[in-house]
Design a binder for this molecule. Sequence first.
Ligand code: GDP
Length: 296
Amino acid sequence: EDFNEEIDKSNFVTRPPVVTIMGHVDHGKTSLLDKIRSAKVAKGEAGGITQHISAYTVEQNGKKITFVDTPGHAAFSEMRSRGASVTDIIIIVVAADDGVKPQTEEVIAHAKASGCPIIVAMNKMDKETANPDMVKSQMAEKEMLPIDWGGDIEFIGVSAHTGDGIDDLLENILIQAEMLELQADPSSKAKATVVEATLEKGRGPVATVIVQSGTLRVGDNIVSDTTYGRVKAITNDMGQPVKELGLSETGNVLGLNDIPTSGSVMVVQDSEKEARDIATTRAEHARAKELSKSTK
Ligand code: GDP
């Protein structure tokens, strides 16, 4: 779309960055995501965030950052196979007491291929055995040269246990985001990426989405993959009902007729009929493709 010269950019505004944390198992990805969320949510609301969720938005110095927990999930490989990604910035977490591991190397390869800016979070700095110099030299060997060693990658020491370094990390994310000049049109028909979708008892299909452009509203006619419907309700990342989701914001959307594929893009249509027609046509195409595969 960025190649389309006819796109009207007059309504564009800066949108918050969407950030993914990746790393070797047990290096603290989940702990870090949970700590950032609990550290940044207003005190009164903190009671409602005991459970780990797949995407949330926090504020740092009045600026928003959305974190998404998808690597390893189906959504991530699906998005990659479509050449699309919801992520603007990638955090590679490396346990400072453990260093670069096989999965760290995979993550480096993926992050480089994505073309996204990378920040290295050296986690578990609270441990006696933490050795940030070891992490830096191992990463430097993988052509991930720290800024303080003459390279261009920011390495930040953090602890998901104590919260040390988290402000530093968030501020660096905002600096990277500013350089990316992320922009989108909040007044256009919404486009959102489905990060995760499940069937919930009494609620029907629930899709966790991140808005890429436009504003998604209750009442919108939507199509996502081969599913369609009208947005019945939206809950934000605190589980509270909201009327809309803005740029780079995340929430749960109710109202689809079925469970959309993770990684698919939800798009708003003018009418319910249009949404249904697109979904039905796609479903027919998919069936025809399956059929031709099985008869080959
Ligand atoms: P993930 O597999 O990357 O998501 O890692 P987890 O978040 O599940 O963490 C793995 C283990 O490391 C858990 O036992 C955590 O309590 C521990 N851990 C995570 N972050 C820290 C940290 O900053 N300091 C210390 N001491 N332990 C940590």
